[in-house]
Design a protein around this ligand. Structure first.
Ligand code: CTP
Ligand code: MG
Length: 254
């Protein structure tokens, strides 16, 4: 078959180029004192670099926009320069904002026009497997305006009346049926125009991007997440992340 007649790989098909925005501008207060969370090392490599590699591992991803800590954009640029990354992927760095929501919006503002699918991925989820990334992209390509990877919960969840004084007993208001609950991860995937509209329209504080699309009245769909896509939030999560990396190294070696 000549080069001209061969069908293009999916990432080159017109209208389906995929970009990823990685919000990495948080301080990581719950992780304790130290460098901004995304710049903290896991087995000697900054968490952000793990997250960037996890996204660039997908052959569908042609651009990664890193939203850096406001004073750390130059440092993030040089980190991307010194670490090995796939050549097929382009990288951009922009300074972030006060909230995650603002950081994502600043990343969206920096996107060039030729990407119709946008993923938003927390730098704090450095170990998500590429199969999860590809499953999210696939579901957006199949027509969902918003896609989130998620897992069933291990714990039962209670809604409470939050106490005014932290640490005092709180009355339970409700216990939603655990079978209907999912713990949501990233990357979350979107039709780009839908996500841009959500960020222009929704002004309430939210903790994920998909909930903004829900507020537009659109249906968000869930695909299976992965236990290795957990968020590094507290110090124990660093231990778990390094254990996962050690297990991968062992498995790769045999
Ligand atoms: N984030 C961001 N800009 C902010 C706040 C958060 O880009 N102003 C990013 C974080 O860098 C992280 C992701 O959003 O990759 C998820 O947020 P979270 O896990 O809460 O990270 P932090 O806000 O850094 O942590 P903490 O809430 O403990 O301070
Ligand atoms: Mg936070």
């Amino acid at each position: 078959m000549s080069d001209e007649s061969r069908p293009s790989p999916p990432q080159e098909r017109a209208g389906t180029r995929t970009a990823v925005v990685i919000p990495a501008a948080g301080r990581g207060v719950r992780l304790g004192p130290g460098a901004p969370k995304a710049l903290r090392a896991l087995n000697g490599t900054p968490m952000l670099i793990h997250a960037v590699r996890a996204m660039a591992a997908s052959r569908s991803v042609s651009l990664v926009v890193v939203v850096a800590p406001p004073e750390g954009a130059a440092e993030v640029k040089s980190l991307l320069d010194v670490h090995a990354l796939p050549e097929r992927t382009d990288f951009l760095v922009v300074p972030g904002g006060e909230s995650r929501q603002e950081s994502v919006r600043l990343g969206l503002d920096a996107l060039p026009p030729d990407h119709d699918i946008v993923l938003v991925h927390d730098a704090a989820r450095p170990l998500v497997p590429v199969d999860t990334v590809d499953a999210v992209i696939e579901a957006v390509r199949d027509g969902a305006p918003a896609v989130v990877p998620a897992l069933p919960l291990a714990d039962t969840v209670k809604e409470v009346e939050p106490a005014e004084v932290p640490g005092t007993p709180e009355p339970v208001v409700a216990t939603p049926s655990r079978a209907r609950l999912r713990a949501v991860q990233t990357p979350q995937g979107f039709d780009r125009a839908t996500l841009v509209r959500a960020h222009e329209t929704v002004t309430e504080d939210v903790t994920d991007d998909a909930s903004m699309v829900e507020r537009l009245g659109l249906t968000v769909v869930v695909v299976p997440g992965h236990e290795e896509a957990f968020k590094v939030t507290r110090p124990l999560d660093l231990v778990l992340a390094e254990a996962v990396l050690a297990r991968r190294r062992l498995n790769d070696g045999f």
